[in-house]
Design a protein around this ligand. Structure first.
Ligand code: NOJ
Length: 805
């Protein structure tokens, strides 16, 4: 690989990112999760866990804004009985010590951290098993020295057990309800809380309920020699995780608590002959409170059976292999290969389940699941690998749609509530997501499924979809443009249109694109009258936009309630916005000459060598009639950073326009391993996209933030798959329409589609930049390249050979 990173590299098969120096510029994290239980794991053993909702049902604690950062964690300490020397197997929280070896391997659904110090090598694999609400810390300890070693091993986790927001804002009160006892029969700490806050918002009202679970924490393959259930007893006065008193003494105090900060600390003794390796595992398992002992006995027994932990880890690996097998590409670009075959896909699996909620930058306290985000994220890995889960998720989201077609903006799973903010775009992501699902799966029967509306009544999926359009079209301004409302996709243009008059041009492009897709769908299912209605709405919108919104060299971004324009050459700041150009091209609204000019203007005014800015010049004057974007420092976030979600839409527009070289050049510079190679500047993980990278308008140009939970993951993945490689799902089959850069001789891909497989090879003998196939054969038989390829029957493979013009 021509790209290096000072802190780590991809494994040869691309399936792992291997961190070799723990002093990364930020915690570089990973996720492991199943349907209910989720764990975030940093490369030094940090991270938190939760069950179903990171706000309402937090299990392990993360301390916000603390120093040192990334505390506490899932810590494992080794103490040498002869010398009393202590070190952590994951570097933190004893990072001031010298280590002889450190390596962290983040893979799909697991993280393995290996360290060596003082002749003790420890490898810890953290993972959440596929089926049970639990996390496992599998430990391998090896004596690499020549003497027998008498060791103590301590595991430690700090617990919340309930509402994380309440934990933060009502700490002293929350502490009165914790309860941790040691169950001698199960050899496990049993931790619970006799109080659970599930208020829909912040409130002093006391819900009269207990946390309905018990967290059982025990060893697999080791005896408990001592334990602590209270943090104070374990850590000791005026100490921290770096030097707990319990570990210094070599024996834990046996604390059981009925108030205070709960923890789960266990101790076992390990003797290792020279060269000997011993294995043990720490298990944290959630069980229902009513049947706590019985359920814990069962679950612990499951994992205490011979080979059970290893099998559970194998199952995790198999699960991800089956996901990744749905698509494998071989392009001339090794970085793209690793991103498309593994990491972008894995990132979209994470965003599908974590939304913009459970992350190191989104602390899991505020956002819940955004409907806008959810309906985009479902287009990623899950759609190819587990379309049934996508179907279920769409049904869940439709449950937050009102009968008039509007929606909540976000929702929280446990309380089944969210906010209705009035963002103008949110309702329209509903049809977007449904149509993505339908094109990929061909599951048109889904349209007939009945789902309840949030405010009562029910309708088929088709009605839900149609009502979203009806609602959005009924909300247009007098001039026929979408209202801005308290924000569109851009949450920080939040005061442009609160009066109900402001108009969004990105919204117009997005609406037009959805109308065009709806025309295709309704035509396909034979509802010509709806198709015609949407076609007329599209035509009217296109005409209005072109009449009112062309600024001379680009499209304006919108109009305020006052009628003043934003994103125009008339403005001195925020003169041009990327989204108003890209979506006019993506939606086909822009006549060719205007589309070309708009994209040229982006190149002239917004390009940087790390990607295009969201807008330019960034705002330097606070404008309360625009909002948050103007309050943000120039060059960061939505005030003119390289905002990767929007940047991905620009690349898409370039591909749609057929500009193969320009699109790929933009795309490549933004791939995380490329833009992230200057790691000390970039800061975040080089294996997943980040929400934004600072632009030259900020002194830190090139600094990334908000990694993992960003829509740029799914759009970068889909753009490369659907437009660069050109494998686009249609209702009739997969259309092959690549848009290659001229220096690519071709590519190969194996793509699963509705149960069958296309095995594709495209050659580019004339170094074409752009679109256009001259020939296409299916199993050796010529096929019209302008037509979708027939769907391979389930279990069969079609060999596709195509030649670029
Ligand atoms: C992040 C939010 O999660 C996303 O929904 C939004 O579209 C972007 N910020 C842009 O403001």
């Amino acid at each position: 690989m021509d790209i290096q990173n000072p802190y780590g590299h991809f494994s040869d098969d691309g399936r792992e990112f291997v961190i070799t120096d723990p002093r990364t510029p930020a915690p570089w994290i990973n996720y492991s999760w199943n349907d209910g239980y989720a764990a975030l794991v940093s490369h030094t053993g940090g991270g938190f866990s939760f069950y179903v909702d990171p706000r309402d049902n937090r299990i392990l604690r993360q301390r916000y804004n603390g120093l040192p950062w990334d505390r506490p964690g899932r810590y494992l300490y080794v103490r040498d009985r002869a010398s009393g020397a202590v070190h952590s197997l994951t570097w933190c929280p004893t990072e001031t010590l010298d280590y002889d070896f450190y390596e962290c391997r983040h893979g799909q659904g697991y993280t393995t951290i290996t360290t060596e110090r003082g002749g003790i090598r420890g490898a810890v694999t953290y993972f959440v098993p596929r089926t049970d609400p639990a996390e496992l810390w599998q430990i391998e300890l090896t004596n690499t020295g020549a003497e027998t070693r008498e060791l103590d091993l301590f595991s430690y986790a700090e617990l919340i057990l309930g509402n994380a927001l309440n934990d933060l804002i009502n700490q002293p009160n929350d502490k009165h309800f914790s309860d941790v006892q040691f169950d001698a029969e199960l050899q496990a700490l049993m931790a619970t809380r006799h109080y659970w806050v599930t208020n829909r918002g912040v409130s002093v009202a006391q819900p009269n309920q207990a946390w309905p679970y018990v967290l059982a924490v025990g060893f697999v393959g080791a005896e408990v020699a001592s334990f602590d259930g209270g943090r104070e007893a374990f850590i000791g006065r005026w100490r921290s995780e770096s030097n707990p008193i319990g570990i210094e003494k070599g024996k834990l105090s046996g604390s059981e608590i009925t108030h205070g900060d709960p923890c789960a600390a266990l101790h076992t003794a390990v003797t290792l002959a020279p060269g000997e390796t011993k294995k043990l595992t720490v298990i944290l398992a959630m069980v229902p409170k009513e049947t706590a002992q019985e359920s814990a006995r069962e679950l612990l027994a499951t994992y205490r059976a011979d080979g059970a932990v290893e099998s559970a880890l194998e199952e995790v690996r198999r699960y991800w292999t089956s996901h990744l097998d749905t698509l494998q590409v071989e392009t001339p670009d090794e970085i793209l290969n690793v991103m498309l075959n593994v990491w972008l896909r894995y990132q979209t699996a994470v965003t599908f389940d974590m939304a913009r909620n459970a992350g190191y930058y989104h602390g899991g306290l505020l956002f819940g699941t955004g409907i806008r985000d959810q309906m985009q994220d479902l287009w990623g890995d899950a759609l190819l690998a587990e379309p049934n889960r996508v179907r279920e998720r769409i049904i869940e989201v439709l449950g937050y749609q009102f009968a008039d077609g509007s929606t909540l903006h976000n929702f929280f799973r446990i309380v089944k509530a969210g906010e209705k903010t009035g963002h103008s775009d949110t309702p329209l992501w509903v049809p977007f997501g449904i149509m993505c699902y339908l094109r990929e799966t061909g599951d048109l029967a889904f349209l007939d499924q009945t789902v309840k509306f949030y405010d009562g009544g029910e309708g088929t999926v088709r009605e839900h979809l149609a009502r979203a359009f009806d609602y959005v079209l009924s909300e247009l301004t007098e001039r026929g443009l979408p209202k801005f409302g308290p924000g569109d996709w851009n949450d920080t243009l939040d005061y442009v249109g609160r009066g109900g008059k402001g108009e969004t041009m990105w919204g117009a492009g997005f609406l037009a694109a959805q109308l065009r897709d709806a025309v295709e769908l309704f035509r396909f299912i034979g509802d010509q009258s709806r198709a015609d209605g949407y076609q007329s709405a599209y035509d009217r919108l296109a005409a209005t936009v072109n009449e009112l919104c062309w600024d001379g060299d680009w499209y304006v971004r919108g109009f305020k309630d006052s009628g003043d324009v934003i994103g125009s050459a008339q403005n001195t700041e925020g003169r041009i916005f990327i989204n108003a150009q890209s979506w006019m091209v993506i939606s086909g609204i822009a006549p060719e000459a205007r589309g070309t000019r708009a994209l040229e203007s982006v190149a002239e005014h917004l390009d940087t060598d790390k990607g295009p800015q969201l807008l330019g010049p960034a705002y330097r004057t606070v404008d309360p009639t625009i909002g948050l974007a103007t309050r943000c420092v120039p060059g960061k976030k939505e005030n003119g950073a390289i905002f990767n979600h929007a940047a991905a839409w620009l690349v898409l527009a370039e591909w749609v326009a057929g500009n193969g070289d320009r699109a790929w050049s933009l795309q490549r510079r933004m791939l995380p391993p490329v833009v992230g190679q200057d790691a000390d500047r970039y800061l975040t993980e080089p294996y997943v996209t980040s929400e934004y990278v600072t632009s030259p308008e900020h002194p830190t140009f090139g600094e990334a933030s908000h990694s993992w939970l960003t829509g740029s993951g799914v759009w970068t993945y889909r753009n490369c798959l659907d437009w660069l490689l050109g494998m686009r799902p249609t209702y009739d089959g997969l259309l092959l329409d690549p848009c290659l850069p001229s220096d690519w001789p071709g590519f190969k891909a194996t793509r699963r589609f509705r149960g069958g497989t296309y095995q594709i090879e495209v050659t580019n003998p004339n170094s074409t930049s752009g679109r256009g196939l001259v020939s296409l054969t299916l199993d050796g038989v010529a096929h019209d390249p302008s037509q979708p390829m027939p769907v391979p029957p389930p279990g069969t493979t079609i060999a596709v050979r195509a030649v670029m013009r």
